[in-house]
Design a protein around this ligand. Structure first.
Ligand code: ZN
Length: 380
């Protein structure tokens, strides 16, 4: 593990030199305990490369991209440090995406072709296979630093695309959340990613993760923050969480030779473009409400902090069965829009902010004040 940290830090320091001193590299040492550490505290290290935002207020909002640098052989031998666990796909691929995005975005900033309003943090975390330890720690760390999380992109198993016809669309997992009749911030981040990168690049999956598996977006998602997971189109289980060996002519193990660098390059661009646009966009509305139940018109109202770089807002709607938003109307300032002749009950609604530069925030779905239906008094 220490060697992995050293390689990543050395590479990020090189990238930082080319960024005109903007990119800051931090090694965050901590201890964590889980069932999979045998109940004993394990010393761990996360690596962060931080590109500070240029907007005095919005710089306290952070967009994160994370891959995990630990790997395992078979889960039954998880604490056996003697076994080889190459981990090329799970998850050196995600770490490579994080480091390469740090290079692309910090270079664009240094050339004066782009300064980002919000802060971007490129992470390589540890202890994922021991219970998402590095990611749980990262949630706390960003809070302690006083950041608001604008969005978190977890890249885990993004290096291979073995099915014929590659490259295929990368899968993007997002959880439903717990708001009645509205989607989670994670779902809204997923929609923003698809809109930015295009339907030809992203396959949205409305599910928090693959069955029986977890990932580093989960601690952020459970904290109510916008967090999604990128994963390759179709996984080969002979090549992950396997102790390297050959059995009955089948080779097991997570080796670099199975990676598809064309596919990985596309994943890098998908992540970098999302971070670039969201870090240039105004903050999303702080709240959005729906009124007008049992009346002919739906009324959408929203609040937002002042922002001189904002052009206005878009009021979004969709059929309750549609996965994607469309724009219903725009507005210059926070307030209320009446959707004439539109029932509150037949669509979902949301609001997002639009910058003068054209960049859009993630959407904030409206919440309706609820009144329970009148029920009959129980008879004794
Ligand atoms: Zn993984």
């Amino acid at each position: 593990m220490a060697a992995g940290v050293d390689v990543i830090v050395a590479r990020l320091n090189e990238i930082a030199k080319d960024s005109g001193g903007k990119l800051q590299v931090i090694v965050d040492k901590f201890e964590a305990t889980s069932q999979r550490t045998g109940g004993k505290p394990a010393p761990l290290e996360n690596v962060y490369a931080i590109l500070p935002g240029s907007d005095p207020k919005f710089a306290k909002t952070v967009f994160l991209l994370s891959g995990h640098m630990d790997s395992i052989p078979s889960p039954s031998s998880i604490m056996d440090a003697q076994l080889d666990a190459p981990g090329a796909d799970d998850d050196a691929s995600g770490v490579a995406v994080s480091v390469e995005c740090a290079r692309l975005l910090s270079k664009a900033g240094a050339n004066g072709r782009g300064t980002y309003r919000a802060t971007i943090l490129f992470a390589a975390v540890s202890g994922e296979e021991q219970g998402l330890l590095g990611s749980y720690h990262l949630v706390d760390w960003v809070k302690q630093q006083g950041y608001t999380v604008g969005g978190m992109l977890d890249d885990d198993i993004v290096g291979a695309d073995p099915a014929p016809g590659a490259p295929h669309r990368v899968r993007l997992f997002s959880g439903n959340g717990e708001i009645d009749d509205a989607d989670s911030p994670s779902r809204e981040l997923a929609r923003a990613v698809e809109e930015i990168d295009g339907r030809g690049a992203i396959r949205m999956i409305f599910r928090v993760d693959r069955y029986g598996r977890g990932g580093d977006h989960y601690p952020f998602y459970k904290a109510g923050l916008p967090a999604v997971r990128f994963t390759e189109p179709l996984e080969d289980y002979n090549r992950q969480h396997q102790t390297p060996r050959t059995e009955n002519g089948i080779e097991y193990g997570d080796f670099e030779k199975y990676l598809n660098f064309t596919f990985m390059g596309n994943v890098v661009r998908d992540n970098a473009e999302v971070l670039r646009q969201l870090a240039l966009a105004p903050a999303p509305p702080t709240s959005a409400r729906l009124k007008g139940a049992v009346t002919p018109d739906a009324k959408v109202s929203w609040a937002a902090e002042d922002d001189p770089e904002r052009a206005g807002f878009e009021i979004l709607w969709r059929e309750t069965t549609d996965p994607r938003w469309t724009v219903y109307d725009s507005a210059a300032a926070p307030g209320e829009t009446v959707l004439k002749g539109v029932s509150t009950d037949n669509h979902f609604f949301a609001v997002r902010a639009v910058g003068k530069n054209g960049a859009r925030s993630i959407a904030v779905p409206t919440e309706m004040e609820r009144r329970p239906p009148t029920l009959p008094t129980p008879t004794k």
